[in-house]
Write a protein that binds this ligand. Structure first.
Ligand code: SAM
Length: 277
């Protein structure tokens, strides 16, 4: 199983952007920390693995809200792990962050829970990866994770992309089904199949519908953020495009959608997935 393309991606310029935007990203994604953590109730002495922990927000939220629970974040991105470790040190959190490919990484001692906020959609071989995660837990251990539904259902990501479309040299093609990426788990049946084939039991997949507030104190800042993160950022990453015009087009569209508070709140759709090892 070769996750080297993702390892390069998350240690390269994309990882650096996530480092720069980590604080703003965590505010935007905070509803999902609550959605995932509320699905598990670790007792003192139990342990939790955070898969694809990135800059560590989910791990640190959990560490802050539970007593004497060992939290280990696993990620392939050294720059993001450095942020997670610095954040943990700053608040004296009992969380450990390790560099490992969750598809093959094994904890020293089996854990009680695995959790993830948008960190499990990037495996080249998801069945093998989820089998490995299952084997990292005690029998009857549980997993709870959030993953995006389709791009079409996620206006926060789709709207900036649509605003920029006329200025792109070509419209980005949706990746073939099963391609690792943020929307790889959009299809509920696909998630069910992966979890069943990797041996998980009692699979529950519930829709999460809400809205996200785009980061940025002004619409201009929100537009800039969306040029740096999400599908629009991926669409413009490797072509010589007129970024100033793209930003202006995104800004115009976001201005139309801004609420009375001057902020942009757009629909978001995810799955909250639970299963037993
Ligand atoms: C969308 S980010 C989410 C980060 C974090 N969970 C959060 O909510 O902010 C996806 C994360 O998954 C990590 N990732 C991707 N493939 C991975 C793998 N095979 N093993 C461990 N982490 C992986 C990336 O490095 C990245 O930090």
């Amino acid at each position: 199983m070769d996750n080297s393309a993702q390892i390069d991606y998350w240690n390269g310029p994309a990882g650096q952007k996530w480092v720069r935007d980590a604080d703003r990203m965590d505010v935007m994604l905070s509803p999902f920390a609550e959605a995932v953590i509320s699905r598990i109730a670790p007792k003192p002495g139990q342990s939790v693995i955070d898969i694809g922990c990135g800059a560590g927000a989910l791990s640190l939220n959990l560490a802050a809200s539970s007593v004497n629970v060992a939290v280990t974040g696993v990620d392939i991105s050294e720059p993001l792990l450095a942020v997670a470790r610095a954040r943990a040190a700053a608040v004296g959190a009992k969380a450990t962050f390790v560099n490992g490919d969750a598809a093959v990484w094994k904890p020293e001692v089996l854990a009680d829970f695995a959790i993830s906020r948008f960190g499990v959609m990037f495996f080249a071989d998801p069945v093998a990866a989820f089998a490995n995660i299952r084997k990292s837990l005690h029998k009857d251990g549980r997993i709870a994770f959030a993953c995006w539904r389709s791009l079409q259902e996620n206006a926060w990501a789709l709207t900036p992309l649509q605003a920029a479309l006329p200025l792109l040299s070509e419209a980005p093609m949706p990746p073939p089904p099963g391609t690792p990426g943020p929307f790889a788990f959009a299809d509920k049946e696909y998630i069910e199949r992966i979890l069943m084939e990797s041996g998980w039991l009692d699979i529950r997949i519930a829709p999460w519908d809400g809205s996200l507030t785009l980061p940025g104190a002004s619409v201009a800042e929100s537009a800039q953020f969306m040029l740096e993160m999400g599908p629009l950022a991926r669409a413009i990453s490797d072509s010589a495009l007129d970024l100033a015009s793209i930003k202006a087009a995104v800004e115009v569209r976001l201005k139309e959608l801004a609420g009375p508070d001057g902020r942009v709140h757009l629909a978001a759709a995810a799955w909250i997935v639970e299963a037993v090892a």
